[in-house]
Design a protein around this ligand. Structure first.
Ligand code: FEO
Length: 167
């Protein structure tokens, strides 16, 4: 079923948002690496790759429904952070923005009676619950670590060993 123009435009915006998230996480990874947290940096790189995959899910969906993919411009990411906690706080804020955007897409699909989009959007609703929970957990762990060298080193190793960002 061909996607209508309204949904097509909204999905294109979402593709750009996911790519912006990938861009932002890459910048965060660079900051973490420079600050000596190579495990967390690796985790962020995996997270960035996962955001690109999210963009590609929407991208393929639009194409499969005979729509047009029109990529938007990306903004330069913030590359300066006060510390590790600030990096993960910015990440959680970004995920909350993405969740809100997915909710809006869902509402739009209902309004447009574009029921063919709902299975994909359902997947993203569930994914966003996981994404927010993951970042919240890391922030809880960082709060417990309190910036002390030993627990921070442990956390860095733990995140580095996880490999895939979207756990
Ligand atoms: Fe694709 Fe983490 O939102």
């Amino acid at each position: 079923m061909q996607i209508n123009e309204t949904m097509n435009a909204a999905f294109n915006d979402q593709i750009t948002m996911e790519l912006q998230a990938a861009h932002n996480y890459l910048a965060m990874g660079a900051w973490l690496e420079s600050a000596g947290f190579s495990g967390m940096a690796a985790w962020m790189h995996a997270q960035s790759a996962e955001e690109t995959e999210h963009a590609l899910k929407f991208y393929q969906f639009v194409l499969d429904r005979d729509g047009r993919v029109m990529l938007g411009a990306l903004n330069a990411p913030n590359s300066e952070f006060e510390g590790v906690v600030a990096v993960f706080e910015a990440s959680l804020a970004q995920e909350r923005d993405v969740s809100a955007a997915i909710n809006n897409l869902y509402a739009l699909a209902m309004e447009e009676k574009d029921f063919a989009s709902l299975p994909l959007l359902d997947w993203f609703v569930t994914e966003q619950i996981e994404e927010e929970a993951t970042f919240s957990q890391i922030l809880d762990d960082l709060a417990l670590a309190g910036g002390s060298a030993q627990p921070m080193l442990f956390l860095d190793r733990e995140l580095g060993s996880r490999g895939a960002g979207g756990e």
